[in-house]
Design a protein around this ligand. Structure first.
Ligand code: ATP
Ligand code: MG
Ligand code: MG
Ligand code: MG
Length: 467
């Protein structure tokens, strides 16, 4: 059944509301009180303590459309953006949750009913996976939902035992995939060529049963619970009969706005897609109070902004452009997320300022990079160049690596780190004056990077960059 993204979001929430779930708002991208997590990466994050039995709500079933960012930490899809049909840095996760109320059977029933009856998806287009030790879930699918066993696979813990992070709630899961058709390369889940984009995972049903401790021990949760997550953009692609998330209504409008700024009409251009993806994560991160900076969450934001700006440069855009996409984004998403509309002017200001700052060094840095590549023997950009770009021109390493990948090259990460620690040693031996000479405090009260070296911060950045 064909629905717009907005219609799908409402249909989902309404389906679960009618089944006794409280409709709760999306929480912030910055998880409240959770130092173990960089960003909200799933719908269950705001309910983490409810699953653990440490927090109580006045409902035992809930449904949300949660804004999520996966650009750092355990779930990081930054490197996939522009290369797969299904990954974004920012996306919306539709979810239904049971806190000790229903468990596997109802979770599976609801999911199947929503997909095959509300959305009218033919069952033969769907593929099911279960955790290979979970005979109970397998039996519900085969014997109660009457799913064809030829379209069910049992998968190990890597994909079918879900965890929010290194610690916290987790459990076996069962996933639903959509087959986009044999014209697209890729095999079903569990097959050797499962990494293709033919079978796209749309919904993950997690049977929350354990709390994982730092040493890996699993303690059973007070009550078995359910946490599900379905990517709105992916299910919108299915509903709208398109393969790539970038072809759905919401992205087409954003892409058209970006294409106008780039003076092109090819909406399939991969740089345009990266820009349309990145404006969503950047705008929502700033809305949720993250500011570009040189460490932690702020540095992830700065890296995403600079990547987007570099893609603008690649498209030949001359002026500051990225901030101009906030308005079309607010048109698309401001109704579902009023906080975005409210913060619009502030988001534009922050992005424009960051863009102007990076513009001062971007072109020069790109010239150095292009000259280096033209003279390059072999296919590896040397660590010294990567370091020079990073240190003097404000090119995050992943930005240089992104450029390298476009040109079928790689960067010398080990060489970069050697150059970095050499710099750190030089600083240490001259430590009497390197304390914090280039840290400025701006009028927002934020610690700011001024383009050169704050050596203690750099050590931290390398720590983030290393996965
Ligand atoms: P994939 O295997 O495709 O990377 P995942 O297994 O990492 O997805 P989950 O952690 O199970 O994803 O998240 C639940 C759902 O959220 C997925 O089934 C998918 O629909 C959606 N989703 C996950 N990551 C992304 C992303 N980067 N962009 C868009 N949607 C996503
Ligand atoms: Mg993933
Ligand atoms: Mg997966
Ligand atoms: Mg999954």
């Amino acid at each position: 059944k064909k629905m717009t993204s907005a219609e799908l979001r409402s249909a989902f929430l309404e389906f679960f509301r009618q089944r006794g779930h409280a409709v709760e708002p999306s929480s912030s991208l910055v998880p409240g009180n959770d130092p173990t997590l960089l960003f909200t990466n799933a719908g269950m994050v705001q309910f983490k303590d409810v699953f653990l039995g440490r927090d109580q709500r006045d409902f035992d079933k809930a449904t949300t459309s949660q804004r999520c960012v996966r650009a750092g930490g355990k779930h990081n899809d930054l490197e996939n953006v522009g290369y797969t049909a299904r990954h974004h840095t920012f996306f919306e996760m539709l979810g239904n949750f049971s806190f000790g109320d229903y468990f596997k059977k109802e979770a599976i029933q609801y999911g199947w009913e929503f997909l095959t009856q509300v959305l009218d998806i033919p069952p033969e287009k769907l593929w099911i996976t279960v955790f290979d030790e979970d005979a109970e879930a397998e039996s519900i699918w085969l014997n109660e939902m009457k799913v064809d066993s030829a379209r069910l696979s049992r998968i190990g813990a890597k994909d079918n035992f879900w965890s929010m992070g290194d610690v916290g709630p987790c459990g076996p899961c069962s996933e639903i995939f959509y087959d986009h058709g044999e014209h697209i390369p890729g095999g079903p889940p569990g097959s050797p060529d499962e990494d293709g984009d033919r079978y796209i995972e749309v919904w993950n049903l997690v049977f929350m049963q354990y709390d994982r401790a730092a040493d890996g021990t699993l303690t059973p949760l007070p009550k078995p619970s359910v946490d599900t997550g379905m990517g709105l953009e992916r299910i919108a692609a299915v509903s709208q009969g398109v393969h790539s998330n970038y072809e759905i209504d919401l992205f087409q409008n954003l892409l058209a706005a970006a294409a106008k700024l780039a003076n092109t009409s090819d909406l399939n251009n991969s740089s345009l897609r990266v820009i349309a993806d990145h404006i969503r994560s950047c705008a929502f991160l700033i809305t949720d109070g993250v500011m570009p900076s040189n460490e932690g969450r702020g540095y992830v934001l700065r890296r995403i902004i600079r990547r987007a700006i570099r893609h603008g440069y690649r498209l030949g855009i001359q002026d500051a452009f990225f901030y101009k996409l906030v308005a079309p984004l607010a048109d698309e998403m401001g109704e579902a997320y009023p906080e975005l509309k409210q913060a619009q002017a502030q988001v534009e200001r922050v992005l424009k300022k960051e863009e102007e700052r990076f513009a001062e060094t971007l072109e020069q840095g790109m010239k150095i990079l292009e000259t280096c590549v033209a003279k390059l023997e072999g296919s590896v950009i040397p660590g010294d160049t990567v370091f020079q770009l990073y240190d003097t021109y404000g090119f995050p390493v992943d930005l240089t690596a992104d450029f390298a990948r476009e040109n079928n090259l790689t960067v010398d990460h080990a060489g970069f780190e050697t150059a970095m620690s050499a710099q750190r040693d030089r600083a240490r031996s001259a430590s009497s004056f390197t304390a914090d000479y280039d840290q400025n405090i701006n009028h927002d009260g934020q610690t700011e990077f001024t383009g050169y070296t704050h050596l203690h911060d750099q050590a931290h950045i390398v720590g983030i960059y290393k996965k």
